[in-house]
Ligand binder design. Structure first.
Ligand SMILES: [Zn+2]
Length: 233
């Protein structure tokens, strides 16, 4: 599928290109959950647990740790994406769902090992990590060092192919260099967030990070009484 990249495209055109709405689909897919330092995760742990599946459900996906779990739709789409780009040999799932205790430990370990500046750039505060949703996955090149916090994920080769096809399968590279002032996190080529294919296509076409996109959705909702929301440039 060809992802539309022209910024001048109307939102409706982009929307109508999407064949299959993903999770929580209505006429308009429900908005992706925003989690950042200003928006801690607020889903009940028990509800969340029900959505999780071990990555090992797909035995040919390589994992850094056999205990890694992801939201089931996110995992299914990740598997499809890895298959589509032929990445199952060379791409390793390094991190998925984390509970609060785990993120607290990671944060403390990073403070101790890497210092405050590095930790602030790459490790979300406990309670404010997208990994708490099960919808975020860190991937690394098997040939790289597979560092837990910052795995290598180059722009070329199979990793580049993964990145190029990600939106089609509902994933966005969540933290990009030119959006750092909005996300509060430095560029993370390895961290992909599942938002569903139609949201991902729009975010990519209009170069919007999730913070911008959520705001845009709210504005569009407020101004589109008649369903003809052809603003957007
Ligand atoms: Zn991550």
């Amino acid at each position: 599928m060809e992802i539309q990249t022209k910024r001048s495209a109307s939102i409706n055109e982009v929307r109508s290109e999407q064949g299959t709405p993903a999770v929580g689909a209505g006429n308009m897919q429900s908005a992706p959950v925003l989690v950042n330092r200003h928006h801690p995760v607020n889903e009940e742990a028990r509800e969340l647990e029900n959505r999780l599946e071990p990555v090992g459900l797909y035995p040919d996906i390589r994992v850094l740790d056999s205990g890694i779990r992801l939201d089931r739709t996110c995992l299914k789409q990740l598997n499809a994406l890895l298959e589509a780009v032929g990445g199952k040999e060379d791409i390793v799932v390094v991190s998925g769902y984390r509970d609060l205790a785990e993120q607290t430990q990671i944060y403390a370990d990073s403070l101790r090992d890497n210092g405050e500046a590095y930790t602030a750039r790459f490790v979300a505060l406990p309670g404010c990590s997208e990994h708490h949703t099960g919808l975020a996955v860190d991937v690394g090149a098997a040939a790289g060092g597979l560092d837990f916090i910052a795995p290598e994920f180059p722009d070329d080769g199979v990793c580049g192919a993964f990145k190029a096809a990600a939106a089609e399968f509902g994933f966005v590279q969540r933290y990009q260099a030119h959006k750092q002032h909005l996300t509060g996190i430095s560029c993370e080529p390895w961290h992909f967030r599942y938002v569903g294919a139609s949201h991902a296509a729009r975010m990519e076409a209009f170069d919007l990070c999730l913070e911008e996109y959520i705001e845009w959705l709210q504005e569009a909702e407020g101004s589109s009484g008649q369903g003809d929301s052809s603003h957007g440039n």
